[in-house]
Ligand binder design. Sequence first.
Ligand code: HGY
Ligand code: MN
Ligand code: MN
Length: 411
Amino acid sequence: MTNLAIDPERLLARLRELGELGRTADGKLTRLAASDADKLGRDKFVAWAKDAGLAVKIDRIGNIFALWNDAEAPEAKPLMLGSHIDTVIDAGIFDGCYGVLAGLEVVETLKEAGFVPRQPIVVAAFTNEEGVRFAPDMMGSLVHAGGLGADDALAVRDTDGIRLGEELAHIGYAGREEPGFLQPEAYLELHIEQGPVLEREGVAIGAVENLQGISWQRVTIEGVANHAGTTPMALRQDAGHAAARVITFLQGRAAASRSGTVATVGTIAFEPNAINVIPARAIFTVDLRDPDEVRLKAEEQALADYLAALAAETGVVISAERLARFEPVVFDRDLVARIEAAAETRGLSCRRMTSGAGHDAQMIARIAPSAMIFVPSIGGISHNPKEFTPETDLVAGANVLLDVVRRLASS
Ligand code: HGY
Ligand code: MN
Ligand code: MN
């Protein structure tokens, strides 16, 4: 069984097929959590898992678990693989989906080879990893890990005021299992890097040893609507201009950071949003990240201090609401070493690295030894339809996952 390998065509064909589900009329891939589009992807994964002879269980937050129970010790804690199949807006086809489908591919390959694992193996597709529609991100895995109550999560409303719980019921994924009903012995997540490092260095595999901290806030700036033509500049309380100053402040600080702090204002809205009205209100989100908790805290404090000073100087009123806050995570050293060893055995170049993106693994690391395997992203592009990873890299990553799983599950 040493030269066991996944079925490349089955994995690649499924990635392409899943990548077509949830496209809008203009061809953009958008499967926001608990949407009708998300249901299409969920139904497809469940069908493939059932065809593979796996038992499919859904928990109350809609997390999907495809379970292979034919183990020597069926009652033992399972080995968990997986990621997410919800996407951002106008997404690529690999983010999250690759990890879920490669996990399924690994299980099918082991089953077909007659391998009997020591313990059950389960492939998870976690709800709302992206957090675009319902905050926080990594929500399904956070609930699974006990970091957020299921009822609190189900009560979260999207930007249209619709509750997550209502939407999961609407798409038929308000499951019965209590979140956390499956406590894994270990968790492995295969994912595209979504950054430029592996491609730039010509390295095939990333053994991810840590993941940076994330701070999400929604900032509201209250100014005074007034006439764009008659109001002298010195008499304005322009919420739009204040927001622009905050964005420039954040960009300047992050660009000057020597520690890799990153800052993003990804959404912004003005009210009343009229061409000839000085904005009365500006509402925008701030995404701050840093691998070091002390530095991340310092960036949050610097922003808070700047907002207070800006309000005092201009007379606008500024408030900030926390949407998500996750500390940096260090992954399991033994699993990271196993990933490196598996890459080396296959003659694949490998390097240890930090994840810039958030992942379900950072939540499951709260309850079980966890680690991630990265494969290159061309141009470092992700959260963009141009997201791309060559087939050879996709297959190589899945085979490394196969080898690590097979060794972990061998008695
Ligand atoms: O925000 C993130 O890093 C992830 O894509 N949810
Ligand atoms: Mn992802
Ligand atoms: Mn993502």
